[in-house]
Design a protein around this ligand. Structure first.
Ligand SMILES: [Zn+2]
Length: 186
């Protein structure tokens, strides 16, 4: 550790930045790491019974595990969200009958959850989907909302700090140039 200790003003700035980035990155990795890679705590507990559309009970456990491992192979919020967004299908419900209870509960949006099994996408229920990936309903809601809005997946928490800094820098440069131009015209 002593060898790494560098004294001198020139190095301080860059070293500090490096440290900050590393621990920030590490924090994110921990947050988006898999708490249960082998799905040991997993059990199918769907309450909907047999449903023609849903294949919750027909997907081999190995496939579920593979889906999960693929999802957690990148411990990055945005990359994970992108992966989830590929498995989620958003649609507007067809309202044929007024008596249809499932549509009246959530009129504006229908969401289908898919997982890959035997080289094809299988529709499962939300509960199972959340369990397979060990994610919260809120995370799904955010993704589906973003998908519906067509805004793509964005990083909200903390944001892209490098990007923010660049934008700030650019603004400053622009202001500086504008100032110069103003002076020239005199
Ligand atoms: Zn289910």
């Amino acid at each position: 550790m002593d060898e790494e200790h560098i004294v001198g003003d020139e190095d301080r700035g860059s070293r500090k930045r490096k440290w900050g980035a590393t621990s920030r990155q590490r924090q994110k990795e921990i947050r988006y790491d898999d708490p249960d890679p082998n799905l040991d705590g997993f059990e199918v507990s769907c309450k909907h019974g047999r449903n023609k559309k849903l294949s919750c009970k027909d997907i081999p456990f190995e496939d579920l595990r593979r889906c999960r491992q693929k999802f957690y192979s990148q411990k990055d919020k945005v990359k994970q969200h992108t992966k989830l967004s590929h498995l989620i299908e958003i649609g507007t419900p067809r309202r044929k009958k007024r008596s249809d209870q499932s549509f009246t509960r959530n009129r504006s949006i229908t969401v289908h959850y898919n997982v890959w099994s035997s080289n094809s996408k299988k529709i499962i229920c939300q509960k199972m989907f959340l369990k397979i990936f060990g994610i919260s309903q809120k995370r799904i809601q955010n993704i589906s909302r973003q998908m519906k809005a067509g805004s793509g997946i964005s990083e909200n928490r903390g944001g892209d700090r490098r990007l923010q800094k660049n934008v700030e820098k650019r603004k400053k440069v622009k202001a500086f140039i504008a100032n110069l131009k103003g002076q020239e015209s005199h």
